[in-house]
Every structure is written in C-alpha cells, then in structure tokens.
Design a protein around this ligand. Sequence first.
Ligand SMILES: [Ca+2]
Ligand SMILES: [Ca+2]
Length: 432
Amino acid sequence: MGKLCGLCGNDNGEQNDDLQMMDGTQASDVVSFGRSWVVPDGDSKCWHDCNGECKSCDERSVAKYSGDIYCGLLVKKDGPFRECHVVINPKGFVDGCIYDVCLNGGLQSLLCQALKTYADACQAAGARVYSWREQSRCPRVCPPNSHYESCGSACPATCLNPQAGEKCKRPCIESCQCNEGFVLGAQGCVPTKGCGCMYKGLFYPPGLKLWVDDKCQQSCICDPVTGSVTCRDTPCKPTEACQVLNGVRGCWPKSKASCIRGGGSHYMSFDGFKFDFQGTCMYLLAGLCEQKKGMEPFQVELQNEHRGSTVLAYPWLVRVTVYNHVIVMSRDNAGKIMVDGLWVNPPLTLDGNHLSIIKTGFNGIVQTSFGLKVTFDWSHWVVVTVPSTYQGALCGLCGNYNLQTSDDLKMKGGSPASGTAVIPGCTIWRKL
Ligand SMILES: [Ca+2]
Ligand SMILES: [Ca+2]
C-alpha cells in the first residue's frame, strides 16, 4: 500500500494524489501525467494525446446514450441492475459507458461490453442481476452443446471434476453452461462419456496420441469410446530420433537437407550435387515420388525466365502444392503470395497450423508442420528444405535425397540422364 507507482496510482487509499508523475510531482493534466510514465520501446509512431483534435461528445449524444436502451440501463431504477446499485455505485460505469459508446458512434459491441463489465462486478460482489441482454439487444451466442444462463454456476462440472457444482460456494456468473448430459472438457462441452482417459495419474483428451516412455518405444492413444488408453509397440523409423521438439515428445526427423536453386543457372541438390541448367519451362524442383505410409505428399515446382541474356535463367515462379493448397509466388508480383487463387496477407496459417505462410525480410516462406520449408526471394534464390524422413522418397531437379550425389541426374521414370541429357521442351544439363 502506498508503495506503487504508474498509471494505476500509488494505492495509498487517496484518490486526489493519483496524477503523480514519475518525478513525484502532481500533473496538471492527464496528458502530462501519461507522458511521464512512458516506457521507451523505440516506437516513434505513438502519441500521448489524441494526435490531432480530441473527439468529444456533444450534449445531444450524451442525452441519447444516457437513455434506457443504452448506458442508462445501468442506473434505471426498476432495471435489471436495480439490486446492485447499493452494492456497487454505477456512476463510474455509466460515465465510462457513455464516453466509449458516444465516441464510437453508438457501437453496439461497446455498449454490451460496458453492461457486461458492470454485471460481472455486481455478481462477483454477490448482488443479483436480472436478465439484461434482451432489453439492450446484446445477445450472447454459446458454443455447441451449451446454453446461456444469466446466473449460472461458477463451478461447472468438468471432465476432471464432474461433481464440481455440488459444493460450489462462489456467487453465480453470467455464462454459457453445458447442456444436460455434457461436461466441460478441453475442447468445450463434451458428452459425459466422451471426456478422455486417465492414465498413470494424468488426464488425456480423446484421440490424443502420446508416447508413454522416453524412448518412443510404445505409442498410445486415448480411445474416446472406451475411455481407456491403448498402446502398441511402434519404435521410430531409422531416419527419426526420439526427442522433444516444441514441447512434444515424438519421433522427429534426425536431420534435414536443403536444395538450393541459386543465382544465374546454378542448382545444388539435396545430396549436394551441383549443376547448371538453363531451362525456362515449369519443372518439378522437389516432390514426394514414392508414396510411403505416413508421409505427406508435396510438390515444389519452378519456372525460370531469361533476363536479357539467354545464357542464364533466373527463377520466375515458385508453386508449392501441399495439404490440398496451391501457393504461388511470382516475380511479376514480387512480395505477394497467392493461395488457392487468392492474394493473401501473411502471416497466415491454414489446416490447423499445419501450413504457415510468412514473409521475412525479402523472402516469402511456406512452411509445414512435417518439416518442409520453401523460401523464395521473388528474384534469385529458391531454397527447399526437407526433413530426413523423406530420404530416398523424393524426385525432381533437387534429386532423391538418398545421401548419394552420383545418382542425382535421375530423370522422370527413373533412368539416369547422361551429362547432356535433354529435359523435355528445354535445354541441357551441364555437370560442374
Ligand atoms: Ca492515491
Ligand atoms: Ca542422390
């Protein structure tokens, strides 16, 4: 008490000294007060004042938003908050409500938020609040298998504690409550029997795959029907190692490799084979060619162009196909990324965070949760990185990633190209 400082004041029980500035003196206005507590963060585009003329609320608007169907509902004598008035003085809430709603042209969501703030404070203080959402046109939409209650239990039944409500002593809260036969689980209201599994003292949601030992010898799954964990022996593949990545233990790739399509006509395959290639058609740079269980298919295609000289070819367009999405980056629209025919504004995640599309510096990057990463600077460089789980299963100009450079001139269909083999429609390979 009395030992704090900052915009929130000093907590000494006195209201009239709360405009204390950092140097200990009292500010004459809130702008000077706010300015004194600024924390330098290198942001040159912030202001302490309104940055121009401060908006204000005219008398007519104040009168309008003080009415019963707006903020005035908070103080209405026979309104839904009537029993709370003696518990919590609504004055500050009404003033704040009128200010916010008025400056935002009567924005309904702000009105609803202001009413909810007071309703929550009242209920937390034990005061009864009557139904207010209909009168103020603030409907609340509840998630599946739940319904709205203006005074619902603050201790809802959960998967871990189905009897939580029986001994609840906390005041009721406005909330969405699970329907009869449902309880609150990790993914919202779930059927009482669909909660998940208790295993070795820990609770797991249904369908979750987990490793129960630290060597990834046994993989287990929580069966949503039986509510029990079933395990089977499934050690990691030779290209994988049992380790913790992003907080999750599992069989993760041991390593990764990159194929580089560099400036001019230079290429370096996943296995490190270097060659020059001047073709200007659309080529498969890298893709999954041997369908193997548990491997997500993908394709990275590349089209080159001549710029002035026909001796050199530069990357012009990169097209990534993965998770049934097509992502295109083209030099014609440098800096832009198209997904499924539409321009997008990165960063963007799709397919439940399995696919992310980002921009950093001069690069557009397509990344997947299985470890594929495609980088293009819209001009000279294309880099494709794949995890070691894809070893030997790839094809395209980047090679098969079998850790041998000698077989990287493999053509579509499997036969190795000679040093001067012709790629359909285009030009020649030149081994460095
Ligand atoms: Ca004070
Ligand atoms: Ca190879």
